[in-house]
Design a protein around this ligand. Structure first.
Ligand code: ZN
Length: 218
């Protein structure tokens, strides 16, 4: 390993602490910062007061395509792309700031947090690997998460076409963690996508930029 400056090392420690605060697992830290595993575990214990959870990360692509997770994933990924493509943020800043904005959105709309930080990080990896893409909804014109090979023609997002049983289960108020593979919830606001289309600029950017924006048809 090349010799790193104290400042670089300090920056990695601060970044790792920020990631841990947001809920990142050790595997996420290993990918995003340059610290020894031993130091990451010690830092995790300092920040969280407990040992980091063991076990594999959630890795299912299908989870992001089920109804409620899809709405949350679409919200987060649109924010992430806005921050990287239009606001000039680095991947790290877009990930942390984007996830913080997502949390604030959930709080403001009294919706529980369905997308854990580690899931959000995994989502970005799936996009980078070309497994997922954003598709424009033909009804609300917002962009939502779909599989890469899915047809983009006449696609309708989960907010515009919720499943018939939406809102009828008894899970309201619960929080689905990354260890649960549940595919539905009841407190997601259908207005999420509307909000997504209206809160960030889309009408005054160039067409090629709009690909990454919140995508209100100009
Ligand atoms: Zn829609």
């Amino acid at each position: 390993m090349t010799k790193r400056s104290i400042a670089e090392d300090a920056q990695d420690v601060m970044r790792a602490a920020a990631l841990i605060e947001l809920g990142a697992r050790i595997q996420v830290l290993e990918s995003e910062v340059n610290l020894s595993r031993d130091r990451m575990i010690r830092l995790y214990q300092e920040v969280k007061g407990v040992s980091p959870p063991k076990g594999m990360l959630p890795f299912s692509v299908d989870w992001f395509l089920t109804w409620a997770p899809n709405i949350h994933a679409s919200l987060f990924y649109n924010i992430y792309r806005f921050l990287t493509d239009l606001a000039g943020c680095s991947h790290f800043d877009a990930l942390t700031k984007g996830y913080t904005l997502y949390l604030e959105h959930c709080e403001r709309h009294d919706s529980y947090v369905l997308l854990s930080f580690t899931r959000a990080w995994t989502l970005v990896r799936f996009f980078n690997a070309g497994i997922l893409q954003l598709t424009r909804c033909c009804s609300c014109t917002g962009k939502f998460v779909t599989r890469r090979q899915d047809t983009a023609h006449n696609a309708i997002c989960g907010s515009c076409q919720p499943p018939s049983r939406a809102g009828k289960s008894a899970k309201a108020g619960s929080r689905i963690t990354e260890d649960e593979g549940a595919g539905e919830c009841t407190t997601v606001q259908p207005e999420v996508m509307d909000e997504m289309n209206s809160t960030l600029p889309g009408g005054d950017v160039k067409p090629e930029q709009q690909e990454a924006s919140y995508g209100q048809a100009a």
